[in-house]
Ligand binder design. Structure first.
Ligand code: FES
Ligand SMILES: [Fe+2]
Length: 385
């Protein structure tokens, strides 16, 4: 038992007994244009998703020297490689000869990367180390034609990248003490069970659902709502990053036990929300759902990368069945419940029914999120971080 979880369980129990929840000072009126205006959308995606560090991958996806992952993030072809020195580097996965994507999407292990078009070869540091038939091509200064690198930092089991070349960041400044908070999850030691991409409604409609417990009993009665208490939130913030603590249905049991005997981690559920698009959700003790939400080309679409982790690789049939059940339940909860509602919002958002949405006092994390979006959308606010 950690004092941290003990304190969170105590706060959650107090809310449960009083019928209360953490609250914002006021209801927030959010103009619907914040969700729909295409110019605003382009500016926000640029300032927030391309000019701030975003969680591109988990460290455990790049387990050893030579491990690589190639993926498309919001139309940026990205290649992550762990070098022999154990450092993870990020590159645009684009050949410097004539722009072919060097590596097919996926994960693997390799010492070098050969372009599939004319076989120019790059090493784990992105340096151009070979050119097919170089003597016929003509002279090229290899030092000027390595893969375009992106600023990258690995912290607390997460690989952060800025998608704009030449833009830098200080990961300690960006995460602050939230890095230690994510560190408590010990993410590098989990087992990657499954990963999938889900199409979803617009970015803000999607994110809102990750940041409140108000809808849980209503939307998730047959899935994750079986395990958590609806509309009870304990909220802590570190700048734009937030930790949401929900009570599990067993929370009332604590009231009957002496505090010294509490096993509080079985009675609460934590969600770590790292601005702007990462949510790490420990729904049941030995399983975890990591969600990365990426805006689509237009304000009405997203792709969510769902990664299902188990505390260790399932060994027995029972363990395998338990992990499969967890994975299926999270898929159902998000795709068939959250995103079904999200699409219904999205499909009616231009109807003119609402000029603004109301974000309740019981939805403080949603309020915080939108305030930080507005802050970073301001000219160059991200450079201050
Ligand atoms: S485009 Fe890569 S070698 Fe020609
Ligand atoms: Fe939900």
């Amino acid at each position: 038992m950690t004092p941290r979880i003990h304190g969170l369980a105590k706060r959650a129990l107090e809310h449960l007994q009083a019928g209360t929840t953490d609250q914002a000072d006021d209801i927030l009126q959010l103009p619907v244009a914040m969700y729909t205006d295409p110019q605003r959308y382009q500016r926000e995606v640029q300032r927030i998703f391309r000019e701030l560090p975003i969680a591109a991958a988990l460290s455990l996806e790049l387990p050893e020297a030579g491990s690589w992952k190639a993926m498309n993030l919001m139309d940026f072809p990205l290649l992550l490689v762990r070098g022999e020195d154990q450092i993870v580097r990020a590159f645009l996965n684009v050949c410097r000869h004539r722009g072919a994507q060097v590596c097919a999407e996926g994960r693997g292990k390799s010492r070098v990367f050969a372009c599939p078009y004319h076989a120019w070869v790059y090493d784990q540091k992105g340096q151009l180390t070979g050119r097919y038939a170089a003597e016929t091509f003509g002279e090229v200064d290899a030092s000027q034609y390595g893969l375009t690198s992106l600023t990258c930092a690995e912290k607390s089991g997460v690989v952060f990248v800025i998608l704009t070349p030449h833009r830098t960041f200080d990961i300690h400044r960006w995460l602050g003490e939230f890095a230690d908070e994510i560190g408590t999850l010990d993410l590098t030691h989990w087992h990657l069970f499954e990963q999938r991409d889900l199409p979803g409604p617009g970015w803000k409609v999607t994110m809102d659902g990750y940041l409140e417990a108000y809808h849980h009993n209503i939307v998730h009665g047959r899935t994750v709502g079986q395990f958590t208490i609806g509309n009870l939130l304990v909220l802590d913030t570190w700048g734009p990053h937030q930790r949401l603590t929900f009570g599990r249905k067993s929370l009332p049991e604590l009231a009957a036990q002496p505090e010294g005997e509490w096993q509080p981690d079985t009675h609460v559920r934590l969600i770590h929300s790292c601005f702007p698009n990462l949510s790490i959700s420990g729904i049941l003790g030995d399983h975890c759902l990591v969600s990365q939400i990426f805006p689509g080309k237009t304000p009405d679409t997203t792709i969510t990368r769902q990664t299902v982790l188990s505390a260790k690789a399932p060994q027995t049939e029972d363990e395998l069945a338990a992990t499969r059940t967890f994975s299926a339940m999270t898929l159902q909860a998000v795709r068939d419940e959250d995103y079904a509602i999200g699409f219904s919002i999205q499909n009616a958002i231009l109807s003119g029914a609402n000029e603004h949405f109301l974000i309740g006092r019981n939805e403080p994390a949603v309020q915080n999120y939108h305030r930080w979006v507005a802050y970073f959308a301001r000219s160059n606010a991200g450079a201050e971080w």
